[in-house]
Design a protein around this ligand. Structure first.
Ligand SMILES: [Fe+2]
Ligand SMILES: [Fe+2]
Length: 306
């Protein structure tokens, strides 16, 4: 009886390893065919196009509010630039967290496997992305706002101790949110060419990362107690990753008091709807992986994504 059960478990584990290998081989082949060097493939010397937004007005956190009505067209464009810079700097914050988590994932596994070699390849992608985002922020002449002190320091702990589910669940969440924003940006011809080029490179390379994370998540079986704990931490990640996207200081770039701007954005139904729309797909995936439930739904509501 015990031997039969052991054999069945071994068969399941072998099948899991086969799946892992197939996915990683496919992703490695795709990386060879379609990867970018942003240092040479983005036109860093081009001047900004006068009158063009950096992100569509309807995706700006103050869009539709009384404060928005009070801004001139130039100020609205300026705010769009600072919000893109804020999101990109939070992108760097998370990519640095992710690189360390992927290194820890690789550290404990056999480096001759395609699965680990893809983890290392993804770190190389993220490394180029962070340089690309940093250069874009500098080129726009905006500060690297970052995620704020609390989230920054929570990230310091998280990247050192995150579990498998948190590593890949957190990754999926942040990558999918950025992906939704950037897919729109790369396709919107009215926007600044710089942000469109950066978005396009990121969307193409991130599609592989999202596949890798999604399949890893689906491979994990969690018991009830463990699932509750993972949900709670996942909720904390979602809360901070979402509420820190737009740094309050961006509002000062157009003469709005940061606290007042933040309050208006939080209460803005347009901004809330944008966040719900951007998060809809990934919340569905996390839900199917058992990472959304009673334990964290309140945090998702507080983050404004459900
Ligand atoms: Fe990235
Ligand atoms: Fe990524």
């Amino acid at each position: 009886m015990a031997t039969t059960a052991r054999k069945a478990t071994t068969a399941v584990l072998e099948e899991r390893d086969r799946q892992r290998r197939r996915t990683a081989e496919r992703l490695l082949a795709s990386s060879v065919k379609l990867s970018f060097d942003p240092l040479t493939e983005v036109d860093w010397d081009a001047e900004p196009v006068p009158g063009a937004y950096y992100i569509a007005p309807r995706r700006i956190s103050l869009y539709g509010t009384a404060l928005w009505q009070g801004l001139t067209e130039e100020q609205r464009i300026e705010l769009s630039k600072h919000e893109v810079a804020s999101v990109a700097s939070v992108g760097i914050w998370f990519e640095e967290i992710l690189m360390q988590m992927l290194l820890r994932h690789a550290f404990d596994r056999d480096p001759t496997t395609a699965h680990v070699q893809y983890a290392l390849t993804e770190i190389a992608d993220e490394c180029r992305h962070s340089v690309m985002f940093a250069r874009m922020i500098a080129k726009m002449g905006a500060p690297a706002y970052g995620a704020g002190r609390v989230a920054h320091n929570l990230g310091r702990v998280f990247k050192a101790v995150s579990t498998h589910s948190q590593t890949f669940g957190g990754t999926m969440y942040v990558e999918e949110i950025l992906d939704s924003f950037q897919r729109e940006m790369m396709n919107d011809e009215s926007l600044q060419p710089l942000v469109r080029q950066v978005s396009r490179i990121h969307v193409i390379e991130e599609a592989r990362h999202i596949t890798y994370a999604r399949e890893e998540l689906q491979r994990k079986d969690l018991g009830l107690v463990r699932r509750r704990a993972e949900q709670l931490l996942m909720g904390v990640v979602i809360y901070f990753a979402t509420t820190r996207l737009i740094h309050p200081r961006v509002y000062a770039s157009v003469g709005i008091d940061p606290a007042e701007g933040s309050r208006a954005a939080r209460a803005n139904p347009h901004w809330r709807a944008a966040k719900v729309e951007m998060a809809a797909k990934v919340v569905g995936v996390l839900d199917r992986a058992g990472l959304v439930g009673r334990t964290n739904r309140w945090l998702l509501r507080a983050a404004g994504v459900v």
